[in-house]
Design a protein around this ligand. Structure first.
Ligand code: CTP
Length: 408
């Protein structure tokens, strides 16, 4: 497929954007599809959004369309609203000086497609496609796609000095696309990994998660470790051995980001009490941190001794499902349906399921509300869960009398 220099049929995502490009053409400007969508369509993958690059300057783009939004005008990007769609149109540009290794210090708008493609990270990302499906391939991107190879455009050191994140992007593409990193590009990553020091955690996190979620994770993790890039990922600098362990687990793709983090945290031997601090360094959400704290704890126990009743109860279906799905990565078969059944068969699933409420107890015991009430409910919760008292109102009220007498 990638041998062809022309796509015979354009998918809808591209066709819908053609009217935008037609307007640009009618006014004498060039316009092409560029970036990830061109790469992905040539690989037969699903397209997210299409990016359009043009020789028109941002102000010129804005004059041609009734409805536009300045989404990143300093970098040349204007959002064009046409018919029912929204299209990012970016002026051809060069990015000359990158003093902070992050963002181009100086964007220069140019009229030449070649100049624009030449500043892009990898040859497979430096392809352009016109509205008829013709591929413009100035840097042998098609050959590299065919060879399943990630190769920097031009001099890799220059590309990584321009934006150090590109090294992490290269590793994540290796995992996502199941591609090899070309030797000179890999060597430059080894040489320049410390430039990642300047990159924000948020951007590294995005690439790391994509790497974990890729179809061939090992292909991204191995060079992440061997190149030294891992040292610039939060909290991983002294985790080389654990990362190797992670890379050598089953390479079965993760079906969710939560599962990816759970297996990663367990392989890295992060203890439940450390999970929150660890994920905070990664700028992950508090919600994920809470879920992972519970899940790491439950996974440890599941792998060691199997589920305990109280842990099933505290975990709930979401954590049980995650943990069971993680088990095969650590050499234990998943017992998802059995564990969910055990959970469903618990006598209660929360305190709300108790056959008595706080109000019932207040009415029965005839004591002003106080700490005793919470203690009693906690006691009943445990007794009912472990089957020592039946979840029946009458039985619980009798038990309340005994409890009051200190007879529990
Ligand atoms: N650090 C970067 C980021 C992006 N690009 C260029 O900008 C395009 C669009 O970038 P982006 O949307 O971030 O990534 P994609 O390559 O489209 O991949 P994906 O959508 O899978 O993240 C890339 O293809 C590449 O040509 C680049 O050269 N250097």
């Amino acid at each position: 497929m990638t041998k062809s220099r022309k796509l015979t049929t354009l998918p809808t995502e591209f066709l819908e954007a053609v009217p935008v490009m037609d307007v640009l053409h009618q006014h004498g400007y060039e316009a092409y599809f560029v970036g990830g969508s061109v790469r992905d369509i040539l690989l037969g993958k699903k397209i997210h959004d299409v990016d359009i690059a043009t020789s028109a300057y941002p102000e010129e783009v804005k004059q041609l369309f009734h409805r536009t939004v300045d989404v990143g005008i300093e970098h040349g990007t204007v959002l064009v609203l046409l018919n029912q769609g929204e299209y990012e149109v970016t002026t051809f540009r060069t990015e000359s000086t990158y003093q902070d290794f992050r963002r181009p210090d100086q964007v220069t708008f140019v009229r030449s497609l070649k100049e624009d493609l030449k500043r892009r990270d990898f040859t497979m990302n430096a392809l352009a496609m016109d509205t008829t499906g013709n591929i413009v391939d100035l840097f042998e991107g098609m050959k590299d796609l065919d060879n399943r190879c990630i190769k920097a455009v031009g001099n890799p050191s220059e590309r990584f000095h321009e934006d150090a994140l590109r090294m992490m992007r290269g590793l994540r593409f290796a995992s996502q696309l199941d591609f090899e990193i070309e030797p000179a590009t890999y060597e430059a990553i080894c040489e320049h990994h410390s430039l990642l020091d300047k990159i924000s955690v948020e951007r590294i996190q995005v690439e790391f998660e994509k790497l974990l979620m890729g179809g061939n994770r090992k292909k991204g993790l191995d060079p992440l470790i061997s190149s030294g890039c891992y040292k610039y990922c939060p909290e991983l600098a002294d985790k080389k051995e654990n990362l190797i362990h992670l890379a050598n687990l089953s390479n079965q793709p993760f079906e969710s980001v939560e599962l990816a983090w759970l297996v990663t945290l367990a392989a890295l031997d992060i203890q439940p009490a450390q999970v929150k601090a660890f994920l905070r360094q990664w700028k992950c959400s508090n919600e994920l941190a809470r879920l992972m704290t519970q899940s790491v704890k439950a996974l440890q126990q599941r792998l060691l001794t199997g589920w305990r009743l109280d842990l099933l109860y505290q975990s709930g279906e979401k954590v049980i499902t995650l943990v069971e799905t993680a088990c095969p990565y650590f050499g234990q078969p998943s017992q998802l349906s059995e564990s969910l059944l055990s959970y469903q068969q618990l006598p209660i699933h929360s305190m709300k399921d108790l056959a008595v409420t706080g109000q019932d107890l207040l009415g029965h015991v005839k004591q002003p509300p106080g700490k005793w009430l919470g203690d009693m409910l906690n006691y009943f919760e445990e007794e009912v869960l472990f089957g020592r008292i039946e979840n029946d109102q009458e039985k619980l009220l009798q038990a309340a009398d005994l409890y009051q007498k200190g007879d529990n």
